[in-house]
Design a protein around this ligand. Structure first.
Ligand code: SF4
Ligand code: SF4
Length: 137
C-alpha cells in the first residue's frame, strides 16, 4: 500500500534520519518527491511511503510523536487545456512520465494513472495551467 504525505518539520526535527528509521523499524520505503529543508530551519517534504498498511499507520503515529505535522490531504493534478499552449516545459520536470508530448502533434498528454502528485510541474508552467485540486482523506 502507498501513502503520499506532506511532512512539515519543525527546526528541531530536521536532523532526524526519518527515511532510515522508516526502513529499519517499519519496513517502509520512503520515496522523496520534493524537499525544502535547510539546516537548523523548518522544512517541508513530500514523500511517498510504501509498505504494509498496519506498519504505515504505526509509522505515521511515530512521525507525529516526533512533532512532525503530517498533511494527508490527497489531490489530483488538473491541466487547464484553455491555458496550455503545449510548450512541453512541464514534461521536463515530471519524474514519472505522467506528462509527455511528442510527434506528430506535440500536444501535451497527461496520464493521471502515472501521476505521483509531487507537484513539481505546477511552478514549471509559465502560463499557470497546472493546478492541484485537493480533497481530504
Ligand atoms: S505532479 Fe506533475 S510532475 Fe509530479 S508526477 Fe504528477 S504530473 Fe508529473
Ligand atoms: S508548461 Fe504549461 S503551457 Fe507548457 S505544456 Fe505544460 S501545462 Fe502546457
Amino acid at each position: 500500500m502507498k501513502h503520499r504525505l506532506t511532512i512539515h518539520f519543525p527546526s528541531e526535527a530536521v536532523h532526524q534520519p526519518i527515511t532510515y528509521r522508516l526502513a529499519v523499524d517499519y519496513d517502509i520505503a520512503a520515496k522523496i518527491l520534493r524537499a525544502q529543508i535547510a539546516p537548523n530551519r523548518s522544512g517541508t517534504m513530500v514523500v511517498e511511503l510504501s509498505g504494509d498498511i498496519d506498519e504505515l499507520a504505526a509509522a505515521e503515529e511515530w512521525l507525529e510523536g516526533l512533532g512532525l505535522q503530517l498533511d494527508r490531504a490527497q489531490g489530483e493534478i488538473r491541466i487547464d487545456r484553455q491555458r496550455c499552449v503545449d510548450c512541453g516545459i512541464c514534461t521536463s520536470v515530471c519524474p514519472s512520465g505522467a506528462l509527455s508530448s511528442g510527434l506528430p502533434s506535440w500536444q501535451l498528454n497527461f496520464d493521471a494513472q502515472r501521476c505521483l502528485v509531487c507537484e513539481q510541474c505546477i511552478p514549471s508552467c509559465p502560463l499557470e495551467a497546472i493546478a492541484l485540486v485537493l480533497e481530504s482523506r
